[in-house]
Design a protein around this ligand. Structure first.
Ligand code: PGA
Length: 252
């Protein structure tokens, strides 16, 4: 299976800046048959990026979508609007869960993504408080089970799941503390096991698993070497050409 490096730009780069940054990346990032590189950009950037991008080099992703397809939902963007612009969409990122997004909404968003032929990158992960109370594995499995509720094996196959321990994500602090592969082993095992229980070996084997949470060039290789890890979801490091280039190279 191809490795996947998905950049989460979060709320960075206005459209003009996004186009300039994409042009810089395009000059620096080598296309490899072993790696798929996805850029998850803010909604307003997607149209200019889609016009400029070389699809053999980068795929595009959105950072959210509505669970509805159209109608009176002010400020929302639907899968039918994203279709044709992006291939991927982040769903259930912890920064959105922290704003009140529920597992029920996330399940509906996954179904909406699938309805419109988009590949969801579902994000799961525990907070520091949950980890300190010994609940990390339970939280990850509970989120996964609730979020996938109602999806068939066919809908799940080809999907991407990112394990992002919330405590390891760079929330703008000076020295974020990344997790170690050792601290994350349990999560990847638990995610695989849950997928196999729900969808059998065949359903599970088509799902790629990513690590995210202060991914940087220094430890990208260690996470990529882990059993059950098929790629990475860098945020902050993806905003820096040199760092992002090294992360993609580590996967190639
Ligand atoms: P980070 O973000 O790499 O800046 O920690 C990752 C994410 O939140 O997806």
């Amino acid at each position: 299976m191809k490795r996947l490096i998905a950049a989460n730009w979060k709320m960075n780069f206005a459209p003009g800046e996004a186009s300039l940054y994409l042009a810089k990346l395009a000059k620096q990032i080598e296309v490899s048959p072993k790696v798929e590189v996805v850029i998850c950009a803010p909604f307003v950037d997607l149209y200019p990026l889609a016009k400029a991008v070389d699809a053999k080099q980068f795929k595009l992703g959105a950072q959210n979508l509505s669970e509805h397809d159209d109608g009176p939902h002010t400020g929302e963007i639907s899968g039918s609007m994203l279709k044709g612009l992006v291939d991927y969409v982040l769903v259930g990122h912890s920064e959105r869960r922290a704003m009140g997004e529920t597992d029920r909404q996330i399940a509906a968003k996954l179904a909406a993504a699938r309805r419109h032929g988009l590949v969801p990158i579902l994000c799961v992960g525990e907070t520091l408080n949950e980890r300190e109370h010994g609940l990390a594995e339970k939280v990850v499995v509970d989120q996964l089970t609730a979020d996938l509720h109602g999806l068939t094996a066919e809908e799940v196959s080809g999907m991407v799941i990112a394990y992002e321990p919330v405590w390891a994500i760079n929330h703008g602090q000076a020295n974020p503390v990344p997790a170690t592969p050792e601290q994350c082993k349990f999560a990847f095992r638990a995610i695989r096991h849950t997928l196999e229980e729900l969808y059998g070996e065949a359903g599970s084997s088509g799902v790629r698993l990513l690590y995210g949470g202060s991914v940087d060039p220094d430890h990208a290789g260690a996470f990529l070497a882990m059993e059950n890890v098929d790629g990475l979801l860098p945020g902050t490091a993806s905003l820096n050409v040199e760092k992002f280039k090294k992360i993609v190279a580590a996967a190639a």
